[in-house]
Design a protein around this ligand. Structure first.
Ligand code: CTP
Length: 408
């Protein structure tokens, strides 16, 4: 039943407006990635965008016709000028030049793109991109402010090298970041709108000396996927993460920790304000009792490392829950290499969880570092749900849906 999960982008109709900036070539990648994610992308190029890229570029990556100002006066003009915007879930203008920005702010309608923007009732995302000084100019800032006040979502340009050779603010952010913002806007009003979700991710690192740590093989992928799925569902997300190789999802408030003790402090601080805690981190159960001040040298012989227990974060949280006056859902994760369901059921009960996701890490296609998981969900009321092998993102979407149902 859950084999094919649709992400937030699938079957969404997105109009992508491209205006005349050197960053227009990056819009082709954006159009391609949105299409690959399942969106229907209709591209509109301004006349100056056509100096940098061609409609064929976009047609090739979207599999759909791309529109230009010639269409504003063509045989379908009477339908197109309002039709493109009316059918859309979202209008994204990336890159948006200072000129197009000014037209949008003032409601000017002399191009197919700006006519479409006026006719569209869907949310508008604008990603300004321009060369040195233009972004900071009071005229541009005023236009951005006007659009923002009117409800447009502005993606701040990145700082760095600009086409002129200058360095400054004005670069179009890279595709994954643009898509992160698009997901945030599409997620508004989702299942978890108005809810705060706290997610922990990654393996904790317990120092032995200034250069060595005791850690585990957690990649953080399942936790980051949960944070993204909660954002897609419209939640306000705080991600408490250990060092990982991953980029946090756009829109999450990120708290970086290393040790189990730091994670405990962060969770206890954030938990009272949250509606759901998804405890996906692999927390060390033991840490070195003492941390050497200086690097342990081999001349000293093989060290004897004495360990001590860390505190169980979920058990500490269950103490706080009794004080809460409102419903809070707590989900744990059990990574087991044997007696999966029995161990998970024990953890569900001893940690007073609403839900535990049990994952068999002995399989080569599930658990640490891989992209997929085979999870069984165990609920406090005794219900069990076995999910087939699926990507960590798909598993995250289902867990988030179940958490939302428990919060109802
Ligand atoms: N957990 C926690 N605090 C710890 C250890 C684990 O909050 N000190 C949480 C994990 O984040 C996870 C759940 O408890 O959500 C189960 O973690 P797991 O490592 O599977 O269980 P443990 O309680 O550590 O038991 P064991 O290692 O003996 O299996």
């Amino acid at each position: 039943m859950y084999n094919i999960r649709m992400s937030i982008l699938s079957n969404k109709r997105i109009v992508l407006g491209v205006s005349g900036s050197i960053a227009a070539y990056k819009a082709a990648d954006l159009a391609s990635k949105l299409t690959q994610a399942g969106a229907q992308v209709d591209v509109i190029l301004t006349a100056s965008a056509e100096k940098f890229v061609t409609p064929l570029t976009f047609q090739s990556v979207t599999g759909r016709r791309a529109y230009t100002d010639a269409d504003l006066w063509g045989s379908e003009a009477h339908v197109l000028h309002v039709g493109l915007g009316h059918a859309a879930h979202l209008l994204v203008i990336a890159p948006c030049t200072a000129n197009t920005l000014a037209k949008l702010a003032h409601g000017q309608a002399d191009t197919l793109l700006t006519v479409t923007a006026l006719a569209a009732a869907c949310p508008l995302i604008v990603a300004p991109a321009m060369d040195g000084g233009m972004y900071d100019h009071p005229a541009t800032q005023k236009n951005i402010d006007t659009l923002r006040k009117r409800g447009a979502y502005i993606i701040e340009p990145a700082e760095g090298h600009l086409a002129s050779g200058l360095t400054g603010k004005g670069r179009l952010p890279e595709t994954p970041e643009l898509i992160g913002h698009i997901r945030l806007v599409l997620g508004r009003g989702g299942l978890l709108a108005g809810k705060r979700v706290l997610v922990t991710a990654g393996g904790t690192q317990e120092p032995l000396d200034p250069v060595r740590v005791l850690t585990n093989r957690s990649s953080g992928k399942q936790g980051y996927a949960l944070a993204q799925a909660a954002l897609d569902a419209g939640a306000q997300v705080t991600l408490i993460t250990t060092p990982t190789a991953l980029t946090p999802p756009v829109g999450a408030k990120v708290i970086r920790v290393e040790t189990a003790a730091q994670m405990l402090d962060a969770v206890l601080k954030e938990f009272p304000a949250c509606d759901a805690l998804l405890m996906a981190a692999a927390v060390a159960d033991f840490r070195p009792k003492t941390v050497a001040e200086n690097k342990i040298k081999k001349e000293g012989g093989i060290p004897q490392i004495e360990l001590e227990a860390t505190e169980d974060i979920l058990k500490a949280v269950s103490g706080l829950r009794s004080e809460a006056k409102r419903k809070q859902v707590v989900a744990g994760f059990a990574a087991e290499s044997q007696s999966l369901l029995e161990n998970a059921a024990n953890k569900l009960q001893s940690k007073k969880l609403d839900l535990i996701a049990a994952n068999d890490i002995s399989a080569s296609d599930a658990g640490f570092s891989v992209e997929t998981n085979r999870i069984t969900l165990l609920f406090a009321d005794g219900r069990r749900e076995s999910l087939s092998l699926m990507s960590k993102s798909e598993a995250a979407e289902i867990i988030v849906e179940r958490v939302a149902a428990l919060l109802e």
